[in-house]
Design a protein around this ligand. Sequence first.
Ligand SMILES: NC(=O)c1ccc[n+]([C@@H]2O[C@H](COP(=O)([O-])OP(=O)(O)OC[C@H]3O[C@@H](n4cnc5c(N)ncnc54)[C@H](O)[C@@H]3O)[C@@H](O)[C@H]2O)c1
Ligand SMILES: O=P(O)(O)OC[C@H](O)CO
Length: 323
Amino acid sequence: MIGVIGAGAWGTALAQAMASNGEDVVLWARDPAVADTINDSATNPAYLPGITLSPSVRATSRIGDLAAAEAWLVVTPAQAMGEVLRTAPAGDQPLILCCKGIEAGTRRLMSEVAPAARPRSPIAVLSGPTFAHEVAAGLPTAVTLACADPALGERLVQRIARPTFRPYLSDDVVGAEIGGAVKNVLAIACGVVAGARLGENGRASLIARGFAEMSRFGRARGARESTIAGLSGLGDLVLTCSSQRSRNFALGFGIGEGRTAAELLGDRRTVAEGAFTAPVLRAAADEAGIDMPVTAAVCDLLAGAQAADVIRTLLSRPLRAEA
Ligand SMILES: NC(=O)c1ccc[n+]([C@@H]2O[C@H](COP(=O)([O-])OP(=O)(O)OC[C@H]3O[C@@H](n4cnc5c(N)ncnc54)[C@H](O)[C@@H]3O)[C@@H](O)[C@H]2O)c1
Ligand SMILES: O=P(O)(O)OC[C@H](O)CO
């Protein structure tokens, strides 16, 4: 049996993907009403409308019910992960961390938060181009499964692979996490370009310059170039920077159209992780002397700056060599 912690869009989709071969899945929802609805109707209309869940997905709001699962997929918002893991039942199950973000305040990656909350559990990171609805519908994708222990990583890859869900093994945990966290910030920027009707050229340029930022930050934190250029980095960056289905892109789109970040975030029920990651990323980059102008621009927009002013500032930076 596999446990899934968090019954939002991605947790529910992963539960469905894991259950697609009849595997028993226990899915923890913070809200008892969400767990009841999943068990009563085999749907999660609040977070993943239009998907009928397999009968082998059983939801619970009692986190102790996860004790019997042999591994846990951890799929809470990044800012809540440490707190949720501290309330989970004792044990040494491997944790597959699926949240994409950096903890505010501590500036820790999820792979640093989890062992502090749960020292006996080994960890892996799952990240890549994965819109929840597509994965739940059985459409194909490939992801990075990063684990420092190659034997455990291989075991987990075999355990979670499904015909249309292909994990590629890596030992670069930090690299996999940085791609997932940074692309959310860059997706907000690309959404602004689209919302402000600045054209496809501008969006493609921003993806490439954003990728340069992701690479610089990754290098400084010890990530491998090949990971940043892989599924969890470039793969997810391209996906999230290209579609209104991305919550981060949609947030940026609204800002580009002239609405304020505060107003857009106030309207949200679901998480746009880039809004939390951007200020932490900017602070970490500033401290380390890493140039991240797109990230800084996103922070200014989230703080209420006018899109037109921020775009003008970005475009008037001194010309420089590309590399
Ligand atoms: N949706 C996707 O397509 C997708 C794909 C890959 C990764 N992710 C990542 O997975 C993580 C979860 O995203 P999601 O799409 O499931 O989010 P979501 O907004 O759909 O759902 C968030 C879930 O977390 C719960 N929650 C909110 N605050 C909480 C708290 N303080 N403690 C515990 N639970 C809390 C909510 O009740 C909800 O069940 C994010 O880090 C996201 O970046 C999402
Ligand atoms: O909807 P977003 O922007 O949170 O993106 C979802 C996934 O991370 C895409 O891989």
